[in-house]
Design a protein around this ligand. Sequence first.
Ligand code: ZN
Ligand code: ZN
Length: 334
Amino acid sequence: MEVETIVQTRSKIVADDDYNAAKNRNKSDKGEMQQPTQIIWKNVVLMTGLHIVSIYAMSQISQLKIFTILFGVLCYITGMVGVTAGAHRLWSHKTYKAKLSLRVILMLMNSMALQNSIFHWSRDHRSHHKHSETDADPHNAKRGFLFCHVGWLFLRKHPDVMEKGRKIATDDLMKDPVVSFQNRFYLPLSITCCFIVPSIIPWYFGGETLINAYCAAALRYCISLHVSWTVNSFAHMFGDRPYDKYISPAENTIVNYFALGEGHHNYHHTFPYDYAASEFGKGWSLSTMFIDFMALIGQAYDRKKVAHETLHARMKRTGKLSNNDAIDGTPLTM
Ligand code: ZN
Ligand code: ZN
């Protein structure tokens, strides 16, 4: 596998970002945090409605046709990879490059996830990394499990999120015609990809009732939201921290399985430019497999991977390795 390796200097920049974020986090911990409590009722109503339909769908699950269930699983994977390999690893972090055809496919897959447009998702995610666990982090885990899991969507953004979010570089995003197209037509695109197509296909091809097909689509959407949110909540609270013990993001195996390879969160926050979002060869990642397959057929290229020397040096400085551990150039095992 040919991947580009990044050397020490890049690690230093990331480390400096971590240091600044930690400094700001300390300020917040000392009582400067002001939590806005203005509720966005529209989001509360929409999310409540989604959960009511999803609970009804769960009660009807034994009535669903096998085609509907299998198609729901396919839609789950499609939407999730649209977020993980698309909005996250391609557009937010630029961990690899993709040809126009792949970017169009990822944009449609991402629209199926209905987690905000690629532009807004990536801007918020860049803020999350740059200002991790400070008031400028949109889903600051220091504000508690409920807030970072879902509450942040129900409350007006903290003034620091607005102010510092405006300074996040996004020029590259809007220069991509695929991103700007999705941003312009986001509502019809996402409703079509997330609900209309996933309702019509089981009804037309699988003989499902239209109402059951719609409820199954809503349930799949609801599950995919919660799984994505676990990366912000569980993977910021529970797990091992072998790469940087000074930050909260952790290695969470359970999140990793459901989020298709996004659970190595201590590694990802330490090395956000790594296309695999995990140490080489470690953990199951459908998202990485997807990118690798796309590279195999010439659709993805310039995949960035952390050099072993950089990984070892960082683990000695901030992680679990001591200065006596040898640098042998082979992947580390835990
Ligand atoms: Zn995170
Ligand atoms: Zn990230």
